[in-house]
Design a protein around this ligand. Structure first.
Ligand code: ZN
Length: 137
């Protein structure tokens, strides 16, 4: 049911500086910006083969990314797995004793539906599930 690593989320303090590093120094293929207002986050997305790197910058100090950087500094924030059916992934995780942050899927970037697994369940790693939308590129 987990199909691949959909993306890796990296928390950064300065999105423009981070974009120029990942694009110009590492040479990754920049795919665009997207803002997720209810998460108080602006993202920059890079394609890396089948998967993506998602840079995350807080649009407000009290957003989840702002709090993460304050506590733990910049760095890897979460790993996202692509799932075929997100309702099924949530149900199965709970059934097997995992703890979800999101009991219901919510809107992610690029038309995905997403839900987070609690990092206490996943040994300190914030895990995201994403069901890709109908939009194909
Ligand atoms: Zn993500």
């Amino acid at each position: 049911m987990i199909e691949k690593i959909q993306h890796i989320g990296i928390a950064v303090a300065d999105l423009e500086k981070a974009v120029s590093f990942y694009r110009d120094v590492l040479g990754l293929q920049f795919a665009g910006y997207e803002e997720v207002p209810d998460q108080k986050v602006k993202t920059a997305i890079f394609r890396v083969g089948e998967t993506k790197i998602e840079l995350l910058a807080s649009t407000s100090p009290d957003g989840p990314i702002g709090r993460f950087i304050e506590k733990r500094g910049e760095g890897i924030h979460h790993i996202c797995f692509a799932v075929g059916d997100i309702e099924e992934a949530i149900r199965r995780t709970k059934e097997k004793g995992g703890r979800m942050i999101d009991e219901e899927p919510r809107q992610g970037v690029e038309g995905t539906k997403v839900a987070f697994v609690h990092p206490r369940s996943a040994f300190g790693v914030l895990v995201e599930y994403a069901q890709e939308g109908g939009k194909e590129e």
